[in-house]
Design a protein around this ligand. Structure first.
Ligand code: SAM
Ligand code: SF4
Length: 456
């Protein structure tokens, strides 16, 4: 089988139709089974997608919380996006960057400007960046992306750069691999071909198949850390979530490693969008259900939430299985220097800066992590998944999260955040398993307090 026929529209609809007849008892069994952390089949996930009963939904949420805690502990990895360009020759009806939006202030950052943005992000305390750009082969070509990544690594203490850009050729992916990116992220937007066609009216993005096969080319180039996710709201979420899981299953079978992350972008209003309303609005309850189902179905895959969601909902979603979140984000090139509304991709929904979000995360008992150690120790792709499945990942992650959060508290946090963070760290240190690891962590914490950085 190749990628092009993995998402058979008729088959996806049949699975969803059959799932309507699954009994309450069977659904409760599926939820119970998910707690073993072996994941779910697409048919089982489809049965959960059809759930609307409040009591059963609450059971799903409890299971998601349980699995998240078991695999990831209470850690939440933090990152911020950096938009290098809003030039784009595509016409995705929902996006502010589309070529037909003549009002948009277009801008492409040169390497020096990229360094300034990355420094502003680092000054907030971030160590991970998601680099994003529109698609215009004359400006946002592979050399623009590679030069931007290199400029950041050479000049700023940012330790991992993930990239979300248009699909590339194998030799271009090799350049991304060589410059040392973390995850390559690409959203199919919708797996439903007729809707895809309606939403992407001109430009190279009209080619559904070229987009769907991008991940294969990335793997061929040696990038084994990939992120997927549909843009929720373009089409029926049940179809797109199930198709995402089928895509993940396919990658897992073919490459022995599924996607490293699944993102949950929900359609936001965008200045200059051609859509007057969200075609398939998703309620907050359904959105929570989607996050919980991903957590139950692919327990070892990271779930990424962005500032597209409101502050209140983001706080709730942390409980349900989200493992990475962005904070203090701007969606226009140069946004960390100047917040230009007429240059944004979409309107954000959570205006809080990183420092404030850290307090919320701590208050809820989660441990913010700025760790990038796996990537820098080559624990990616299959190697990462093996460790994660054996749960050995805890041995690295918990102490590393503690050390990287401490670095933030010592160097950038406000007094209020420092106080709250230190209290949390004291509780977290007590939880470290193994006296040797605990003693080593304490020693390193002292070194960080004395001014050392990047200990892991
Ligand atoms: N231009 C590249 C592409 O389209 O693949 C990569 C960058 S694009 C700016 C990143 C993602 O933003 C898209 O894949 C899409 O899912 C999301 N996006 C676009 N418009 C959006 C909107 N109005 N609300 C929320 N997300 C949006
Ligand atoms: Fe361009 Fe990407 Fe926006 Fe489409 S989603 S208009 S390709 S930036």
């Amino acid at each position: 089988m190749n990628t092009l026929n993995i998402i058979d529209e008729g088959k996806v609809n049949d699975i969803l139709e059959d799932a309507k007849t699954v009994s309450k008892e069977e659904i409760l069994n599926i939820i119970e089974k998910s707690k073993d952390c072996f994941g779910l089949t697409s048919k089982e996930a489809a049965a959960l997608l059809q759930v609307h009963d409040e009591d059963i939904l609450n059971k799903m949420f409890e299971a998601a919380k349980y699995i998240k805690e078991k695999i990831y502990g209470n850690r939440i990895v933090m990152f911020a996006p950096l938009y290098t360009s809003n030039e784009c020759t595509n016409n995705c009806l929902y996006c502010g960057f589309r070529v037909n939006n003549k009002e948009l202030h277009r801008r492409t950052l040169c390497p020096n400007e990229v360094i300034e943005e990355a420094s502003a992000i680092e000054n907030q305390g971030h160590k991970r960046i998601l680099l994003v750009c529109g698609e215009d082969k004359r400006v946002t070509h592979i050399d623009h992306i590679v030069d931007s990544v290199q400029a950041i690594y050479d000049n700023v203490d940012i330790r991992r750069i993930n990239v979300n850009c248009a699909p590339l050729e194998v030799d271009e992916f090799k350049k991304l691999k060589d410059v040392g990116i973390g995850t390559y992220q690409i959203f199919q937007e919708t797996y439903h071909r007729p809707t895809y066609k309606k939403m992407h009216v001109s430009g190279s993005k009209t080619d559904y198949d070229y987009r769907l096969t991008a991940i294969e080319r990335a793997f061929e180039a040696g990038i084994d850390d990939v992120g997927i996710g549909p843009l929720l709201g373009l089409y029926d979420y049940k179809f797109d979530v199930l198709a995402t899981l089928i895509h993940a299953e396919y990658l897992d079978h073919k490459y022995n490693v599924g996607p490293h992350t699944i993102s949950v972008p929900r359609l936001r209003p965008a200045i200059g969008s051609a859509l007057e309303e969200v075609p398939y609005p998703i309620s907050d309850t359904d959105f929570k259900k989607i996050v919980a189902i991903y957590r139950l179905a692919v327990p070892y895959t990271g779930i990424i939430m962005s500032t597209r969601e409101s502050a209140e909902l983001r706080d709730e979603l942390l409980e349900l299985g989200v493992s990475q979140m962005s904070a203090g984000s701007k969606t226009n090139p140069g946004g960390y220097e100047e917040d230009d509304n007429d240059a944004k991709q979409f309107v954000g929904n959570d205006e809080r800066g990183l420092d404030e979000i850290l307090r919320v995360v701590c208050k809820q008992g989660h441990l913010p992590s700025f760790c990038t150690a796996c990537y820098r120790n080559n624990r990616t792709g299959e190697a990462f998944m093996e460790l994660a499945k054996d749960a050995h990942i805890h041995e690295f992650c918990q102490p590393n999260a503690i050390l990287t959060f401490k670095e933030n508290l010592v160097n950038v946090a406000s007094d209020e955040t420092k106080k709250m963070g230190e209290e949390l760290l004291n509780r977290e240190i007590e939880k470290i398993e193994g006296e040797k690891v605990k003693a080593e962590t304490l020693k390193r914490l002292e070194r960080i307090e004395a001014g050392e950085k990047d200990l892991y």
